[in-house]
Design a protein around this ligand. Structure first.
Ligand code: SF4
Ligand code: MG
Length: 317
């Protein structure tokens, strides 16, 4: 709800903040229980910041994250932070950096079980073996170290670690971006199987619309810290409305004659502006081919028509 996250970009000699990276500005959306919401945007648009804030790793600058109506950050600051942390887990982008190279796979998967006090001794080991089997590894892998595994297998270890505490909601922060294309589908399929089996809800972050297509029920598109469009997956691919989404989609080939979009490739002029000093009004206006005077004066609000949300003055007249 109205989630905003700024990071200090520059401090004065006396430690006072002089400028901020406006990573996320006043974003609101819902993830519905049991669904996968895809969150897409270019590198640096703020999607990981949203993921980390939702997962409670960052505190919001303003706004709030609600989980079943309860404030996530208030719960984490309260007397029993582990109860909320257990419900929301995270899978990270880089399966090479996110696993401690000095810990065995068993200890990596066992650590959250220990922190949350879920099992000890033989029951703990059984739980670890069970988790490894669930993600397509085997119990013998528990005594090995991360460097003995491929990227895809490491991501499976990361998934087992996230599952270890029986979470309800998992933020998947670009879980397949660092993997070979041939391995990506396997990991997506595994995530889908686990979702069905455990009734999980996912926020699935990716930098490219083609990566979220097969796993998401709905997709949200971000540009420079703002949400520009959110719709049902099929609807978004067939009838993208925001000029930025149209440009993103035109860059990926879709072998489907029913797609109504003009398939001519839309080339975006210029670079993404700095998030320290983003354009006034619509942040996309410096690159939009439909820009009009109103676009620099007024921030376009995300407005819904039949559950298709768009933030653009051209659409919301
Ligand atoms: Fe383009 Fe204006 Fe719409 Fe922004 S609000 S996407 S600048 S038409
Ligand atoms: Mg990221």
């Amino acid at each position: 709800q109205n989630l905003t996250k700024y990071f200090v970009a520059k401090r004065s000699l006396f430690g006072k903040a002089e400028s901020y990276v406006k990573a996320v500005e006043s974003i609101s959306f819902q993830v519905i229980k049991g669904e996968t919401l895809g969150l897409v945007g270019e590198t640096g648009c703020g999607k990981s910041t949203i993921g980390r804030t939702v997962a409670g790793l960052y505190s919001p600058t303003s706004g709030q994250v609600l989980f079943n109506g309860g404030n996530v950050h208030a719960a984490i600051r309260g007397s029993n932070p582990l109860a909320m942390r257990r419900r929301i887990q995270m899978i990270f982008q880089d399966p090479y950096a996110s696993l401690n190279p000095r810990m065995t796979v068993g200890d990596i998967v066992g650590e959250p079980i220990d922190i949350h006090g879920l099992a000890t001794g033989g029951a703990r080991m059984d739980r670890i073996y069970h988790l490894l089997k669930k993600v397509g590894l085997n119990p013998e892998h528990a005594s090995r170290f991360p460097h003995e595994f491929s990227g895809g297998q490491r991501q499976r270890i990361g998934i087992a670690r996230a599952l270890a505490v029986d979470p309800e909601f998992i933020v998947c922060d670009e879980p397949i971006s660092a993997l070979d294309v041939s391995i990506q589908a396997q990991v997506v399929n595994l995530l889908q199987e686990l979702q069905e089996q455990f009734g999980l809800t996912y926020l699935f972050i990716a930098h490219d619309l083609s990566m979220v297509k097969h796993i998401s029920r709905r997709v949200a598109v971000m540009y420079l810290g703002s949400l520009v469009e959110l719709a049902d997956c099929d609807e978004l691919y067939k009838k993208p409305q925001h000029p930025y989404t149209q440009a993103l989609l035109s860059a990926i080939p879709i072998p489907d004659p029913a797609v109504e979009l003009d398939r001519k490739r839309i080339i975006l002029e210029g670079d993404v502006p700095s998030p320290i000093n983003p354009p006034s009004g619509c942040k996309f206006r410096t690159r939009c081919r439909y820009v009009m005077p109103k676009c620099s004066e007024e921030i376009p609000q995300l407005i819904s028509q039949n559950e298709h949300h768009v933030a653009c003055h051209l659409i919301n007249k």
